[in-house]
Design a protein around this ligand. Structure first.
Ligand code: FRU
Length: 474
């Protein structure tokens, strides 16, 4: 029998016991990052949704906290968001953390709760629900302060569109507009919205980004995160490129992505649930299910007149690096093998790769272990694509949707740079200076500790291959 705790990540958040899906209500206040999440405290499958709670001072080391919001007569507690009501617009007190969530029963309505002790405990608002509809899928409120109109804005996922509401006081909400018809991917229901203004790198400009999680209908089946770039005037979002679908991550395990409210220094810090509704209930962990992604800082970049999200692993992740790292440099004509990445590999590590002087058509490598389990990654520079193949990664047979090859478009720059975050049962690849991210689960029976590079149709130099052991400092 396999000890399934071998799959529990070290530097990714997981519930101690029970089921987790979406990150919820992420809010920063007075030096503390709060993470709430869709939680079933009674078992490791979806159901009985509560808001679980954890806190951190650095986005890396999380402390488990008691359940924050539990089901009541209006229903179980679905996804939502928190704000800090600095100006006391709601009358609960200046600086109160106010939570918005969907009360789910045979209908879905929006409810509110507030915390008078900085997020430790929540009281439900006496006049819930605050917003109802005849629509069946009506959920996942994201609330934020829109400075230009001095109003709160709420975005709701409603079937296959997003609806915008506004409010002066967080309690009374006015419908403003809907967005979605004919825009982006529509292979499934739209869920877990976010709307934020992000800076375009190297300019003074900002643009609005509407984050729209969709399930099913992702590029490789099941769940995924798409986004739209455009303008927002407090009432209406306008997509600047209606004909283009944009994805935030090109893996199979990146869903329900939302950002921290009130993050310091105006940062846009995103977190995703690292799973996919196709098999989230079947992954071979025991006692608990699901981890979040590593935190990622979002900004924008422009390429050929089109604006895209740039995804950067949050700088806090550098703190995980153990002093001892291994560094390699070599040329690849056909093959180059390393029989050991690091001593005593416990499965939590980072690989940084820089490739220069390339004239090969395909640049690739397999990460593998002594059991013949492997993940293969490669750039096809003719196709301008990056691939990750987990069809032989370890345990794969728990779902026919799990074995997969995921593919990201790349520019194929002169210098290729990749960072891989590996943590027992996941690989997150960040490539080409933030131009693509790819997150995939893996269930190997022992850590991959060997790597084998290959070149097709030419050669290249790996000028840097650094392997860092990653761990929380005790
Ligand atoms: C997304 C989602 C949300 C919903 C929650 C229920 O994964 O379906 O739309 O609020 O999960 O757990």
């Amino acid at each position: 029998t396999v000890n399934r705790e071998i799959f529990r990540p070290v530097y990714h958040f997981t519930p101690q016991y029970g089921w987790m899906n979406d990150p919820n209500g992420m809010v920063y206040k007075d030096g503390i990052y709060h993470l709430f999440y869709q939680y079933n405290p009674y078992g490791s499958m979806w159901g009985n949704m509560h808001w679980g709670h954890a806190t951190s001072t650095d986005l890396i080391a999380w402390e488990h906290q008691p359940v924050a919001i539990a089901p009541d007569a209006l229903g179980t507690i679905f996804s939502g968001s928190c704000v800090v009501d600095k100006e006391n617009t709601a009358g609960f007190g200046a600086g109160t953390i106010v939570a918005f969530y969907t009360s789910a029963s045979d209908r879905q309505v929006q409810s509110m709760a507030y915390s008078l002790d900085n997020g430790k405990t929540f009281k439900k608002y006496a006049r819930n629900p605050i917003l109802t509809s005849t629509q069946r899928d009506f959920r996942d409120p994201k609330v934020f302060w829109h400075d230009a109109t001095k109003r709160w804005v709420m975005i709701l996922a409603v079937g296959q569109e997003m609806q915008f509401y506004s409010s002066p006081n967080l309690k009374e909400w006015t419908y403003e507009s809907s967005f979605g018809k004919g825009q982006g991917a529509h292979g499934g229901v739209w869920e877990c919205p976010d709307l934020l203004e992000l800076p375009i790198e190297g300019t003074e400009l900002m643009k609005w980004v509407l984050v729209c999680n969709i399930n099913p209908g992702g590029p490789f089946g099941g769940s995924a995160t798409q986004y739209f770039v455009g303008t927002f005037d407090g009432k209406k979002f306008v997509n600047e490129s209606p004909e283009i679908t944009k994805w935030m991550d090109w893996g199979k395990d990146h869903y329900a992505t939302v950002t921290w409210s009130n993050a310091p220094e105006g940062r846009a810090i995103a977190l995703a649930w690292m799973s996919n509704w196709q098999y989230a209930n079947d992954v071979p962990t025991q006692q608990y299910r699901s981890a979040n992604s590593v935190p990622r800082d979002l900004s924008l970049y422009t390429s050929r007149g089109e604006t895209y999200i740039k995804v950067t692993p949050s700088p806090e992740l550098l703190k995980l690096r153990n002093k001892s790292s291994m560094k390699y440099a070599f040329k690849v004509d056909r093959n180059h093998n390393l029989d050991k990445l690091i001593d005593d590999n416990t499965g939590s590590y980072e690989i940084d790769l820089t490739i220069k002087n390339k004239n090969a058509e395909v640049i690739g490598f397999q990460l593998f272990n002594s059991r013949g389990e492997e993940v293969e990654m490669y750039y096809n520079l003719i196709e301008k694509k990056f691939y990750m193949d987990r069809t032989k990664s370890g345990m794969i047979s728990f779902s026919k949707e799990f074995p997969s090859v995921t593919i990201a478009p790349v520019k194929g720059q002169d210098i290729l740079k990749i960072r891989l975050f590996i943590d027992k049962s996941s690989i997150e690849a960040f490539g080409d200076n933030g131009a693509f991210a790819m997150s995939n689960l893996i269930f190997p029976s022992e850590p991959y500790n060997r790597i084998s590079f290959y070149a097709k149709g030419g050669s290249y130099n790996v000028t840097e291959l650094t392997v860092y052991r990653l761990g929380l400092k005790k």
